[in-house]
Write a protein that binds this ligand. Sequence first.
Ligand code: ATP
Ligand code: MG
Length: 591
Amino acid sequence: MYQSHLPVTTLREEPADAEVPSHALMARAGFLQKLVSGVYVYGPMLWRVIRRIETIVREEHDRAGCVEMLMPALQPMELWVESGRWDRYVQDGILFHFRDRKGSEMCLGPTHEEVVTDYARRMIQSWRQLPVTVYQIQTKFRDEIRPRFGLMRGREFLMKDAYSFDADEEGMRESYSRMREVYKNVFHRCGLRFTIVHADSGSIGGSTSEEFMVDAVTGEDAIAVCEETGYSANVETARFRIPNPPPEVEERPMRREATPGAKSCEQLRELFPEVPLEQMVKTVLYHVTWPDREGLVAVLIRGDREVNEVKLANHLLALKVELADEDEIRRVTGAEPGFAGPIGLPEEVRVVADGSVQGVCGFLCGANVTDEHLLDVWFGRDLPEPEIADLGMVQEGDLTPDGKGVIRITRGIEVGHVFQLGTKYSDAMNAVYTSRNGHQRPLWMGCYGIGVSRIAAAAIEQNHDEHGMIWPLPIAPYAVHVVELKSGGKDPAEDLLASRIHDELEARGVDVLWDDRGNVSPGVKFKDADLIGIPLRIVVGRDAHEGKVEWSLRTDPRDKETIPWEEAVERAVAACREAGRLGAPRTPVPV
Ligand code: ATP
Ligand code: MG
């Protein structure tokens, strides 16, 4: 490919809204262009990256016996009402939906469980057709609250989604483990370092789910990991043991103290230095939305811990939980925010306690009176023992659930997510098959997503330097960048050699970008090459008349070797063979 043919101008300035390196670098290199928030034009170079990722995804799925198909992005509301998800998706605001000219409500698919279940219930009749896993690579639409980070969180993006159908639970588990292996292979082959974590099933539903996280400091997800025990989980679901137990205290009668203006645990620590955070109980009020009603819930949690809202929503079977607003707090506590407590709340407020309050005695808590707190409060004596659940957020230094290791918090980018759905959709949508002995049984399902466009961004978050992107060879837009220093007829020896290397590489199945631009200085060519980040580099310059070139890798462009051009070609072919990206030989057409 001749670089002079690409309709791309590289930019010095990064876009104002670029918060992470992958977005800034891809925009500067002309890989993507914003159309409107969260919606991008994929330029020629990015499209090549995406197609390489798709090829790896397809090869690994096909190898595991999955079958590719394509489902529509445009979907009727009725299917979503049938599965029971319409209200939640509309409530979340994530769904793009509208009426067609006949007045029927439609949406643009954010995911395809409904459509695929409808397909399966009409297509699959007998146990003889099972198990089966179908997949597609297709555009998804989600009206994200905060579209950002370029390709990382788009409102229109490319996803590979797969769905498995089995006769029973055991079959579903087998399909799930097979897909888990497929995912490992895909991300290994893309050249990414990643961690598999336990995850929340969210609005997709089902029981078990795991996420594939690309390790990157800029990742949006926080993950709890423990090298000693191998434990890893998204913080949204991470279970843990608290290392510091509450203090043992003598029993004293409950008392009320004036605490003017003291609304936080830190302020209370100053007023009562003898009471550690471990001996305080916070009361956090939430406004909770269920499918059929809304209400307030008070969560009790130890002073040094925080509430995990994902766990809370799951425990309450709620559509949504949000911190109660100040007026709601005043109405139910009769006090200013900051003084809520578990004693004397109205009946309408359900009280649930995080496991961290277990064993906390003689504690300090809000009194539901402005500027007052209660001290020496005991569960079972001054108030009933509360309903206990795991509602806490993991913290750095906590112990793993088995107590054998210490948890560290790191960050990652979710590039894949696998779910065991069970019969959630097949029950709701009556997707059944006839079993071996003639009974009607629900299909057991799994679903599996890969963020195809997000992988491109994640690869760059993991691999870049101050000069630009560094593409892993398996998914790079081109394998080799031939940088000709004096092109366009200024030095016939250089022109001849560069074109020879270009043609030879193409003939051997190596894809190559040749910087043949005549009106661009060597300095700019090097800058652009560093920015674009093609992994193997062959510089054609001074030594061209001797048939020699400079060979280097984008990982360290200063580490150069002068070698005969034939050897450079052999090295490129060998590297591509090893990375599994040697293509079909091509004979270039002269242009
Ligand atoms: P997130 O938690 O990041 O919002 P999700 O859990 O809602 O993602 P899934 O429904 O699990 O996403 O979708 C499968 C995969 O699609 C994700 O693992 C991710 O790689 C990708 N993906 C999800 N949302 C987006 C988006 N807005 N832009 C790009 N890729 C996305
Ligand atoms: Mg997910």
